[in-house]
Design a protein around this ligand. Structure first.
Ligand code: F6P
Length: 751
């Protein structure tokens, strides 16, 4: 049977080589067999002539890989000069050495990419009167390396039937059904603590640190040499509480003191051509080479001349981390920034969110959350906490008297530190900072007037007032404050600290004037996430609108969010990126373990939901989980690798070295040709974050590596530039506990 090696008759001719070169590609062959009533004991194979297998020996036949429950596939690139192939499908018994079943009929022959004869099925004779029939899909194309990847994707989209496509976007499976289908997942006993592994050191554990400590380091104070007195004292204003503990000590822990980074002061900027992704690049002005470069994502950007280009070269700087590069933003964020540069008044380019509210109203927590959200979206944002300035300048032990409205010395000292913080914030904005969150009580009109004066012509101010009438929440916040704030770190007696703080609060209440001036957002009883009110006055523009939207949806009700990648997929096994393959045996085992984990972890929760992407590997991973609603989100789909979808990293490196290098250089901004960048992924995940913030019940998110990196970075407040490099292992659950004071992380490695 068969003819052995088949060579293209012209293959040795010069002409053929030329054709090959001109075409610049190779023959890419994809063979698929499908049968919905598969006989599990028979494994589909292909065998045939050189170079397919090199022998018609059935023991050397190539196994086809399972793509879904009913589809098997084998694809390969034919080496040059071997343009004629003949082959057959065969079925090998999996569990015995019994004879192979070879398909009926003549050999299948592919010559120069064209299939001879049209046989859309392969028939195997089981016995004299029983046959087994498979649908076959054979495709051969001459493709460039670039198209090779694209055609791979096309095959997957066109021919691969999905075993999960029938599942509606929202579904719920009952316990009985699932245990029949998936075997007894309950038999996989899990002691959750047994699977805990350490979280990375820079993990999402802000809930363990007092939020104000994580705010900006007061640079004006360190510059002014507050700590440089020869006697080592700080010049602190002492309205000391009688703690019984000596307070003559350095005012602050070392982590609160740093010297400003002079290098952060920006020079004049302009836009020049930039490779790879993004939109605009603020770098040195280049005379005679002005224009607005719009980058399609990869390769050479197209130059778009703009009459007003010079106007908005100045100051376009969204990414303070990487000067001389493109803004750390994509999509709506970049578009809005550019529009503001072109159209908005200059002071509108910088936004100050000035908190207003009595102590213990959750101002600092709200400010920290807002900072994290805006940074994650790509807005250069910093949180300035006046309390931190006060502690730096005056020590940590002011008594409640210091905060009396009729104490001129205390008032002056407080106004002074507020002015220093505001000065720092404005200087940072003038260096290119975009949004400053100014965190203090700012509880009188006089104080707010002072801030407005300082901001005149420099930045736009929006007051964000937090009002809370719920005694229980206020009580909880007071207790947290006494436990966590450095103000009470040296107070050994909780009750004494509690009493002092209550008096401080009363002092503020006596002089408190609610905001009714300028632009403002008032959050009234919004902390718990049910009910409450938000009032806005004189708010317009992209960013303020987005901030209001975020604040409407956010709350501080504790609940867990579980993040996990899908179980190992067949593409993971093959080292191929993207695609829509099913999960491997090991992936299936993880799916069962995960179901068991979720059942145990969430057994005391009244409600929870499971979110997946629309790709099979996440849906299949979720399928053994029972009793919770499952929701498919397109936004949770893996990063779109465009023409590289379905390739291995090695193939990309070999066939598209420039693309490979561009991504290596700037993985955050690099956009796959016809695909996405990490920045794009972040943009499309914004609704997911908003919904995660809004949910009051636990959520299990089953998604993909790049997407989970982006989501995790939000909770862990990791800088954008780190996002593409965050470790996101398979078969591991990251539990984010959303709490009142921030988030905490725990990891479980199930396999
Ligand atoms: O390899 C698995 C995978 O999820 C791919 O589908 C995806 O392209 C890739 O990870 C994302 O990771 P990276 O950005 O490091 O390539």
């Amino acid at each position: 049977m068969g003819t052995g090696a088949s060579r293209n008759p012209d293959s040795s001719s010069h002409g053929s080589e030329e054709r090959e070169d001109q075409a610049g590609g190779q023959l890419y062959v994809s063979l698929k067999m499908e049968n919905c009533k598969l006989k599990e004991e028979l494994a589909p194979h292909v065998y045939g002539s050189v170079p397919l297998v090199g022998s018609w020996d059935s023991s050397k036949a190539l196994p086809m890989e399972r793509e879904s429950t009913s589809m098997w596939e084998l694809s390969f690139v034919v080496p040059p000069n071997h343009e004629t192939l003949d082959f057959k499908f065969l079925l090998k018994p999996k569990y015995s050495n019994g004879p192979c079943l070879v398909e009926e009929g003549p050999n299948r022959q592919l010559t120069g990419g064209t299939l001879q004869g049209d046989r859309p099925s392969a028939t195997f004779k089981l016995s004299d009167d029983a046959v087994l029939e498979y649908r076959v899909f054979i495709k051969a194309d001459r493709v460039s390396p670039f198209d090779l990847a694209a055609s791979w994707r096309a095959y997957q989209e066109n021919f691969q039937p999905s075993s999960v496509r029938g599942i509606p976007d929202v579904s719920i499976n009952s316990a009985a059904e699932a245990s029949n289908e998936n075997g007894s997942s309950a038999s996989l006993e899990l002691d959750l603590e047994h699977y805990v592994v350490p979280a990375p050191t820079t993990s999402a554990n802000s809930g363990l640190v007092y939020a104000a400590n994580m705010t900006e380091t007061p640079r004006s104070l360190s510059r002014r040499g507050v700590f440089s007195k020869t006697d080592g004292s700080s010049g602190a204003l002492h309205y000391q509480r009688d703690t019984g503990v000596s307070v003559d000590r350095p005012d602050l822990t070392p982590m609160e003191v740093t010297v400003p980074d002079a290098a952060k002061i920006s020079s004049g900027s302009g836009l020049v051509e930039s490779k790879s992704v993004g939109t605009f690049s603020p770098v040195q002005k280049q005379e005679g080479h002005r224009g607005l470069f719009v980058d399609r994502g990869v390769g050479s950007p197209r130059l778009v001349k703009s009459a007003s280009a010079t106007t908005f070269f100045v100051d376009l700087k969204l990414d303070s981390e990487s000067k001389n590069s493109m803004p750390a933003a994509a999509g709506a964020v970049a578009a809005a920034a550019v529009a503001d540069q072109m159209l908005g008044p200059k002071e509108d380019r910088h936004l100050a969110i000035v908190l207003v509210g009595l102590p213990a109203r959750g101002k600092t927590f709200t400010a920290a959350k807002l900072t994290r959200y805006l940074r994650w979206l790509g807005h250069d944002t910093k949180h300035f906490n006046v309390g931190k300035y006060r502690r730096l300048k005056h020590g940590v032990n002011q008594s409640a008297d210091f905060f009396r409205g009729d104490n001129p010395e205390g008032l002056e000292a407080r106004n002074e530190v507020a002015a220093l913080a505001m000065e720092d914030m404005i200087s940072w904005m003038q260096e290119g900072g975009q949004v400053g969150i100014f965190d203090a009580t700012n509880s009188t009109r006089k104080r707010r007037n002072m801030l407005m004066k300082m901001a005149e012509g420099k930045c736009k101010i929006i007051f964000l007032e937090t009002l809370c009438n719920d005694r229980q929440i206020i009580e909880r916040n007071i207790r947290l404050k006494v436990q966590q704030s450095p103000d009470y770190a040296e107070e050994p007696d909780f009750e004494a600290g509690y009493h002092d703080f209550k008096v401080r609060l009363e002092n503020y209440e006596k002089v408190y004037e609610p905001v009714d001036e300028g632009s403002y957002i008032k959050m009234i009883d919004m902390v718990s996430g049910h009910g409450g009110q938000i009032q806005v006055n004189n708010i317009s523009g992209y960013l303020p609108g987005r901030i209001v939207f975020f604040l409407v949806n956010t709350h501080l009700t504790p609940r867990p969010i579980l993040l996990t990648r899908h179980g190992e997929s067949l593409d993971n096994v093959r080292g191929r990126i993207g695609g829509d393959s099913v999960i491997s045996d090991s992936g299936e085992l993880y799916a069962k373990k995960l179901a068991n984990f979720v059942e145990k972890r969430l057994k005391n929760e009244r409600a929870a939901s499971i979110w997946t992407s629309t790709l099979q590997r996440t849906i299949l991973t979720a399928s053994p989980i029972v009793g919770f609603p499952k929701i498919q989100w397109r936004a949770l789909d893996e990063i779109n690798a465009g023409v590289c979808d379905g390739m291995t990293y090695e193939e990309i490196k070999k066939n598209m070295p420039e693309e490979y290098e561009s991504r290596k250089k700037d993985k955050l901004r690099y956009r796959y040709p016809r695909g996405e960048s990490y920045l794009d992924v972040i943009q499309r995940l914004e609704p997911v974050i908003i919904e995660l913030e809004r949910q009051r019940a636990p959520v299990v998110v089953i998604s993909h590596q790049a997407v989970l990196r982006a989501l995790y970075a939000y909770f862990a407040d990791r800088p954008l530039k780190e996002v593409p490099h965050i470790e996101m292992p398979l078969h591991t659950i990251i539990e984010i506990q959303m709490g009142v004071t921030g988030v905490q992380e725990k990891r479980y490695k199930l396999m």
